[in-house]
Design a protein around this ligand. Structure first.
Ligand SMILES: NC(=O)c1ccc[n+]([C@@H]2O[C@H](COP(=O)([O-])OP(=O)(O)OC[C@H]3O[C@@H](n4cnc5c(N)ncnc54)[C@H](O)[C@@H]3O)[C@@H](O)[C@H]2O)c1
Ligand SMILES: O=P(O)(O)OC[C@H](O)CO
Length: 340
């Protein structure tokens, strides 16, 4: 694997995760980093305060991290690596804009596109890239990582997944550092399915903990959730071992048990009686599981993959089951043998 440092990394999107990774990469200095914010006023505030108070408060930006806004094209034109750090809903638009680019492009979002209709289920990032920017060398950076911990420099391990060696190498060069290990993987489908499905499962474990169902129930949800995540991944062409790695089991454990998770918080708030709209509004950040759940269920159903936990989350999010009824639906299923 080559480790030539990309000289300039441009991060498009100044939410919690884009800001945290920009801080981390700028701090260890293997690359010059520019953080691009969609809202010019937000960019000015971040630059003046040297802190992203809206999305990542209390964490100082390194001196040489540049914050920019306005037309993105001039910044992209001088990048050696472009990172799309938006929610999943904005990925298609950015990849269309980046069509024709000759430097590596990677995204940080974890999810499926929201299903537009039952006939048109949403896609994973690499499927969107194949459809709208097939000429660009793309990849995804994923794995168990709360933005606040990465920005504080707490030890973290990520996965750089791409079919292209130059993309994996660029991600490792830009982000691997003293407190952030970046492992390379070429199983993009596996890494993306893990990152998308764990968000849906974290809503389920948040609900379980919010209802005080106990630690046994949470362990059961995580374990059976891993089985259903793996089943979907295999049906989409992923490798089984990927689900035992950082972007599968690792991220599932973090998100399903860590109170910093926005998806887990949605489940807890629903258990306390909030509506979905109230729960989502109170977060102030994106919770991708809310938008991915229906697509996960639709794609699984088309492939003949059984995903009972995901199905129960969809019923809950769409208001057809109350929290206690969702639990009863899961527990009331027929006995079966353990395994995939
Ligand atoms: N926060 C984390 O700890 C974390 C960790 C790993 C992965 N992720 C994933 O990263 C993605 C982003 O999460 P986040 O925590 O940064 O979300 P966030 O809610 O904190 O911020 C989202 C940011 O995206 C910006 N944005 C929205 N649409 C945009 C567009 N079209 N162009 C440019 N910017 C746009 C918003 O203005 C905002 O700054 C999600 O898919 C999430 O699952 C988050
Ligand atoms: O806060 P969440 O639930 O979006 O999870 C954040 C990261 O994906 C954890 O790896």
């Amino acid at each position: 694997m080559g480790f030539a440092s990309p000289s300039h990394t441009v991060v498009l999107g100044a939410g919690a995760w884009g800001t945290a990774l920009a801080i981390s990469a700028a701090r260890h200095g293997s690359t010059r980093v520019s953080l691009w914010a969609r809202d010019p006023a937000q960019a000015i505030a971040i630059d003046r305060e040297r802190e992203n108070r809206r999305y990542l408060s209390g964490l100082a930006l390194p001196e040489d991290l540049r914050v920019v806004s306005g037309e993105a094209a001039p910044w992209v034109a001088e990048a050696n690596l472009v990172i799309v750090a938006t929610p999943m809903a904005a990925l298609r638009g950015w990849l269309s804009e980046l069509r024709g680019l000759t430097v590596p492009v990677a995204w940080l979002c974890k999810g499926f596109e929201r299903a537009a209709s039952p006939d048109e289920p949403g896609l994973l990032g690499h499927e969107i890239a194949a459809a709208v920017a097939p000429d660009v060398s793309t990849g995804v950076l994923s794995g168990p990582s709360f933005a606040q911990e990465v920005a504080r420099g707490q030890p973290t391990a990520l996965v750089a997944a791409s079919a292209h060696a130059e993309v994996r190498d660029a991600l490792v060069s830009a982000f691997h550092g003293p407190t952030l290990r970046v492992y390379a993987n070429d199983d993009v489908a596996g890494v993306e399915v893990g990152g998308a499905v764990k968000n849906v499962l974290a809503i389920a474990t948040g609900l379980c903990d919010g209802l005080n169902l106990g630690l046994n129930a949470r362990a059961a949800l995580i374990t059976r959730g891993l089985a259903e995540m793996t089943r979907l991944g295999l049906a989409l062409g992923a490798r089984a071992e990927t689900f035992m790695g950082l972007s599968g089991l690792g991220d599932l454990v973090l998100t399903a048990t860590g109170d910093l998770s926005r998806n887990r918080q949605v489940g807890r708030l629903l258990a306390k009686g909030q509506t979905l709209d109230e729960a989502v509004a109170s977060l102030g950040h994106v919770a991708e599981g809310v938008y991915s759940a229906r697509t996960v269920a639709q794609r699984a159903s088309r492939l003949g993959v059984d995903m009972p936990i995901t199905d129960a989350v969809v019923e809950l999010l769409e208001g057809r089951l109350r929290p206690d009824e969702a639990v009863a639906a899961l527990m009331g299923r027929d006995p079966k043998t353990e395994g995939l």
